[in-house]
Design a binder for this molecule. Sequence first.
Ligand code: AMP
Length: 423
Amino acid sequence: MAGKGNIIQRIKGVKDILPPDVSVWQWVEDSARETFESFCYSEIRIPIFEKTGVFSKAIGETSDIVEKEMYTFTDRGGESLTLRPEGTASVVRAYVENQMYNPPSAKKLYYMGPMFRAERPQAGRYRQFHQIGAELFGPEDPGADAEMIHLMMSIFENLGVEDLTLKINSLGCPECRPVYREKLAGYLDSRREELCDNCARRVDRNPLRVLDCKSHACGQIAEEAPTMTDSLCGECKTHFDRTRALLAAVGVEGKVEPRLVRGLDYYSRTAFEVASGALGAQDAVAGGGRYNSLVEQFNGPSTTAIGFAIGLERLISLVEDKGGVLAPELFFIPLCAEAEEKAFLLARNLRNDGYLVDMSYGGSLKSQLKKANRASANVAVIIGEEELAKSIALVKEMKTGEQSTVPLDELTQWLDKHFMGEE
Ligand code: AMP
């Protein structure tokens, strides 16, 4: 046997998702799909990697992701490519490239899949992680913002995840944001000495980012900073108020958080985040916002948009009901070669009828019943030479040990009656 030292190990910060955990993932993904569809969103599947420019252009050269977290490499043709660190940039690229703005109507898209960021791994923070996200292109109406946030909260609700805090803010528009930026930069400049080194540099380049710095000193300075909410222009204020009123109409309460700026540069107006006290240090489970200029930045027609992304690993750690472990309903135990052929045929028919069917390959009856037990099967269907000669099977309920003799040509009806309650 190979010593542990010789075993090739996975890269730090990535995970294998093994059965039975995978069934929880599938359950969560299926539930999210149903929720998306109930809001009339269609799935889009975007590539895992893109030209590096897709992300640096969209996410912003000064964001943490682009500055230090992207997995970028030069491919054999000498082109710079990047493993996607998030979904929005690729969805916008695909929207423009495939002219999804034709015919002009709201486009509602969702995606699921892995993202890659070279962050320092810790609990709840991985280098390959998964997101479920949505984007809505077209309407700028506050109804779109409220729908997007309601959709996101419905995904949590339908999975029974509770005790979440929805934080919401408005980042203003090209009219009022630069005015606020100036005001904020002036304030931060007056306290530059007290800021962490990173933020002292950000004051001129990207002062808004100082507001979500995790350092204690910067946090205190941000606490006393002028807020965007107080600097919104009339239109942005009306938009923000209406978004919140529509959310209130469906019972979604957001906490206005003036310091919420989100890490990415492309947002305008509505920005939001969902946090859970049950998650520890990495408490954000979802985030999103409105991005009104990104489609144009990709040389598409002026189109406003809004989206969110939920972190799947963190969502799954919050799901109480971990879903069902996949256990066979029926476990065939054939005891001779001919019985095995018969069992193959019966199993095929029963699978087509919707049963979960597993089968044992060889061994004594005792050892095969043990396997059925270990697999948590409901029922063992035993067919030996004697049974085959009489065209019957022994059907054993694993929990009670109760055994019935059932003619093979009546097996399906018998199982339907006993397990599906059908006559
Ligand atoms: P972001 O795109 O940074 O707004 O992230 C959206 C969500 O993805 C976050 O709220 C997290 O739940 C999740 N997420 C982001 N980065 C990571 C990571 N490195 N590991 C695990 N989950 C992450």
